[in-house]
Design a protein around this ligand. Structure first.
Ligand code: R7I
Ligand code: MG
Ligand code: MG
Length: 306
């Protein structure tokens, strides 16, 4: 792959997360079949704030450092970005002395969270380890462990990271069957395998949005949103179509659009994100330009090591 293409895919994936998140944020919790979707204020939410933390920590350490990533999340934490209840509790426990990889196990009666919070932020891991599935698996799981230690929370993040990596490695024409088979081969979990099989069926049957939501979900749980995002990407022919479709399904729109944007941006590259959406994305302290810079730094580290 040409260097410039890889760079565009890295930036596309990180910016795709932020654009999907900011755009979807204004439709969160609405029922399925939303029409007239547009980019509103362009303010991103927790999904992007945590994705930024993942990227910053990978860059500073030139790889994964769990304690550093946990403290980066804590440093960046801004409650006005709309976090789920789990992560802020974990941040408090780590700040009071819990180990970075133990605190999250206290959530949900000791089972850990299966929310989509680990998957929504994972794009930088999928980019950084796009050519190393073993390392991707390890870092996706360990970075999830900071806040999401439930098996289904981690597996969701792993699946999302691998979808981003596959999208980087494919192109310009998508072989849907191949893409799904590679995901099937990677995921090692019955809940997700079943959902991937449903995607296979949906692809050939032009289903209604109600059926998609009924069978794949549009909720805050990782297993009710990561497969949905994969479907949104796979069924569409452009970044724009994929993200609009994701939001139109309703439910956890910021997150499903963020994850759809991460995969679609990794596949189509940054040029595929409509200018109007990019230009409306907030560009203050850690906004559009900063996210582009993070993606470029991740890419540079990979370029210099290969
Ligand atoms: O996963 P998380 O960071 O939330 C992310 C969501 C995204 O939509 C963001 O845009 C933001 O709005 O929040 O936060 P968690 O609190 O770990 O998980 C989210 C929710 O999933 C929880 O509040 C629970 O409702 C549900 N959940 C569980 N419910 C029962 N048992 C997660 N794990 C469990 C569980 O083990
Ligand atoms: Mg959010
Ligand atoms: Mg959300």
């Amino acid at each position: 792959m040409r260097k410039e293409i890889l760079k565009s895919k890295f930036i596309g994936s990180l910016l795709g997360t932020a654009v999907g998140d900011a755009m979807g944020a204004e439709y969160e919790g609405l029922p399925c079949k939303i029409n007239f979707i547009r980019m509103g204020a362009g303010r991103y939410t927790d999904d992007t704030q945590m994705m930024i933390g993942v990227a910053e920590s990978l860059i500073e350490n030139r790889g994964f450092n769990g304690k550093h990533m946990a403290y980066t999340f804590i440093k960046n934490f801004d409650p006005s970005r709309g976090y789920g209840p789990g992560p802020p509790a974990v941040f408090r426990w780590i700040s009071s002395g819990d180990d970075w990889d133990k605190a999250s196990q206290r959530l949900f009666g000791g089972k850990g969270s299966f929310g989509n919070g680990a998957a929504m932020r994972i794009a930088p891991v999928g980019c950084f380890y796009y050519d190393n599935p073993d390392k991707l698996r390890e870092v996706a799981c360990r970075s999830s462990q900071i806040t999401h230690s439930h098996e289904l929370g981690k597996r969701g993040a792993l699946l999302q990271a691998y979808a981003v990596a596959l999208a980087i490695n494919s192109g310009p024409f998508l072989d849907r069957g191949y893409f799904l088979r590679r995901l099937q081969g990677f995921v090692e979990n019955e809940v997700y395998k079943k959902k991937l099989k449903i995607i296979e069926d949906l692809i050939i049957s032009k289903p209604s949005k109600y059926r998609v939501v009924k069978e794949l979900g549009n909720g805050v749980e990782a297993f009710n949103s990561v497969p949905t995002a994969i479907y949104c990407f796979i069924r569409s022919k452009s970044f724009q179509e994929a993200v609009l479709y994701a939001i139109s399904l309703g439910g956890d729109t910021d997150t499903i659009a963020a994850m759809t944007g991460a995969i679609s941006g990794a596949f189509y590259g940054v040029e595929s994100i409509p200018d109007e959406w990019k230009n409306k994305l907030e560009d203050k302290e850690k906004g559009k330009s900063y996210i582009e810079k993070l993606a470029e730094e991740l890419w540079l580290i990979r370029e210099s090591s290969s």
